[in-house]
Design a protein around this ligand. Structure first.
Ligand code: WTA
Length: 632
């Protein structure tokens, strides 16, 4: 891959990418392996929307991630796995071994009647077999839908049914720090309502007892013994579907964001190689879970497409001690560390001793993703982790964008604390006001949109193209709307200020307020609820729920716990409110709309400026809520 090495080169490359996008992207795409090259680089409109990259091209992404590295780098580590348990040996899969395992498991899928285009749900711990499962799907052209291990049975069932998945790949259980998650049990609960699922393949990991249903459930370890390692890759069209990944929006249930093979591969590979300035012998460590887009693009596809060594960590940064993350960096001589502000803030909370005591001299580049990084965390990361010699790339992007969009390029773009800085080549951001007028010039802020397609962008939302159009392409005509607010300073640098829709970003995880409200409202005693985000020291944002609950237990705390339990059942533990306030009414306009603006202010503890409340149905409820909020 060609890498940008100076700011001057970045500016020239950026100019080319805007003036001649097709020439630019075909040049990048040519560094990948295609069975047949494209007839047309790009055709697009944002009105339907209809976006196609590299039309007519044929390829398989696993030939790019595996086969093409075998001749020269077959013995190079592709994946290094570090267990949750520091005493347990780490595992290294070379490109040769990973290729073999992927082919073998792809044959298992075939043996179980999975064909090109079939959907497969993956609900697994962060173990090498998860990467193997993902790549095995891609090998045979099956569409993977990975669901993060923190989601409930109901959430999984909704996702499985939305995509009519034919097969599920899971494990007995998962370790996460001191906790164990009974994955198979959750899947068993989910599958009660999933008629499309024919087979479940179960990996043994925690050795927790599981039920195995005759005719449906199969052991991973048994299945791989029944097949060989020869599995030619399925030929795919560039625009064939690669995966679905569900994400929360401002309304209704999560949507299945769809990415396609060719464009996604080119974009993930290009951004990985450039932004992190990856060098051939380096170890890249992304701390995300493969259940999120960050893991898809920067643990699996981006690094492997570039022949990199990617480190997969099963555990959490603070287990068994607050020095664990640093020990992992030291143990594996990590060169590039890509993590989230929430992790940095939580580690900061343990003081400087654990980090200062570790040998972090292997580090060369640091990255941040998922939420705005506050200046304090940025400086701590810079001083204590990077020792002021590692560039920090604050990467802004989304599940929908497939790869990094606005970000410094390491050693190229001068950084500025808490700024994602400048758009990467091929990315054309614009800021618009509420009416959709484009705001020109610097020293301005507005809603962040993108005006031109890039190869990694979503193509549709699974099973409902209209929803894709409505959510992303209808707010402003001919623009992709990100849902984020943004500032462009005097230097033309971009700073993401957070969501402008009803999405809360909790520890870098996107959670829709409507989804949480629906879950709370499922509790039998709840009449109505309103959920907003509020600033949280470690999580970035916390979830604050205002709940009308006329007859709580005499011990109100118990009622709160019941509500938490309900949310855990309906969505999963990641959506549990941090604060629940029982109120007798909610501030509503005369037309019955909840005034979230007021609740947000109260949740933030800023009641000095609530604005005009005279138009409310019942202004008195505001007083009541303010009084009660003081007590939590
Ligand atoms: C937020 C994660 C500020 C943003 C890759 C976006 C960020 C949402 C940054 C997408 C960043 C992500 N600075 N905010 N560097 N990166 N975000 O889909 O609000 O899980 O819209 O993708 O996270 O979250 P998602």
């Amino acid at each position: 891959m060609m890498q940008i090495n100076s700011f001057d080169e970045y500016q020239k490359t950026y100019k080319l990418s805007v003036e001649q996008p097709e020439e630019f992207w075909s040049g990048i795409a040519s560094t990948f392996k295609w069975r047949k090259k494209w007839d047309k680089v790009l055709s697009w409109n944002f009105s339907e929307p209809n976006v196609k990259w590299f039309e007519g091209a044929k390829l398989n992404i696993t030939e790019n991630c595996l086969d093409r590295h075998l001749a020269e780098n077959g013995d190079k580590p592709a994946i290094i796995w570090e267990s949750n348990d520091p005493e347990k040996d780490s595992i290294t899969l070379t490109y040769k071994i990973l290729h073999e395992q992927v082919c073998r498991f792809a044959n298992v899928l075939k043996k179980n009647q999975v064909k090109k285009g079939d959907r497969v749900c993956i609900y697994m711990p962060m173990v090498p077999e998860l990467a193997v499962a993902v790549l095995a799907c891609a090998r045979i052209g099956a569409v993977h839908s990975v669901v993060f291990g923190g989601f409930s049975a109901k959430s999984i069932a909704d996702r499985i049914n939305d995509a009519s998945c034919k097969l599920v790949i899971t494990a007995d259980g998962a370790y996460r720090g001191a906790k164990q998650i009974q994955l198979k049990e959750v899947i068993d609960d989910a599958l009660i309502g999933c008629p499309s699922v024919e087979k479940v393949i179960v990996l043994t990991h925690t050795r927790t007892p599981v039920s195995m249903l005759k005719g449906r459930d199969l052991w991973f370890e048994d299945e791989i013994k029944l097949v060989d390692t020869d599995c030619p890759a399925q030929e795919m069209d560039a625009e064939d579907m690669l995966f679905i990944l569900y994400t929360s929006g401002s309304t209704g249930k999560p949507k299945g964001v769809v990415h396609t093979v060719g464009g996604y591969m080119v974009y993930a590979g290009y951004t990985f190689s450039n932004v992190f300035n990856y060098q051939p012998e380096e170890v890249f460590f992304c701390t995300a879970d493969i259940g999120w887009i960050t893991g898809h693009s920067y643990i699996v596809y981006g690094p492997l497409s570039q022949g990199a060594t990617t480190l997969m960590f099963e555990g959490v940064p603070t287990y068994p001690t607050p020095a664990r993350l640093w020990e992992v960096v030291d143990k594996h001589k990590v060169n590039i560390l890509y993590t989230a502000p929430t992790a940095i803030r939580s580690l900061m909370g343990f003081g400087d001793e654990p980090v200062d005591g570790a040998d972090l001299s292997s580090l060369r580049v640091l990255g941040s993703v998922g939420e705005p990084i506050n200046e304090e965390a940025w400086h701590w990361f810079d001083e204590h982790v990077g020792k002021k010699k590692c560039p920090i790339v604050d990467t802004w992007w989304q599940t929908e964008t497939g790869g990094l969009m606005i970000s410094p390029i390491a050693f190229v773009t001068p950084t500025k604390p808490s700024y994602a800085t400048l758009p990467l080549p091929g990315v054309q951001p614009v800021l618009v006001d509420e009416q959709g007028n484009v705001i020109e010039g610097n020293g301005v802020s507005g809603n962040l949109c993108i005006k031109f397609p890039w190869p990694g962008m979503l193509r549709t939302t699974y099973g409902d193209h209209q929803r894709c159009k409505l959510t992303y392409f209808s707010t402003y005509e001919n623009l992709y709307f990100t849902g984020d607010g943004c500032l462009r300073d005097e230097d033309g640098y971009y700073r993401i200020t957070g969501r402008v829709d009803d999405v809360i970003n909790v520890s870098g995880h996107r959670i829709g307020t409507a989804e949480v409200e629906n879950a709370i409202n499922m509790h039998a005693g709840v009449v109505e609820s309103a959920v907003v985000g509020y600033p949280h020291e470690v999580k970035g944002q916390g979830i604050y729920a205002f709940v009308i609950f006329p007859n709580p237990h005499s011990d109100a705390d118990l009622s709160r716990k019941d509500i938490l339990q309900t949310v855990t059942r309906v969505i999963g533990a990641i959506a549990k409110p941090d604060k629940i306030l029982f109120v007798s009414g909610l501030p509503k306009t005369r037309s019955g709309k909840i005034m979230r603006r007021i609740l947000r202010k109260i949740a933030e503890g800023d009641i000095s400026n609530l604005g005009d409340i005279s138009t409310l149905q019942d202004p008195a409820v505001v007083e009541e809520i303010i009084e009660k909020a003081k007590q939590v």
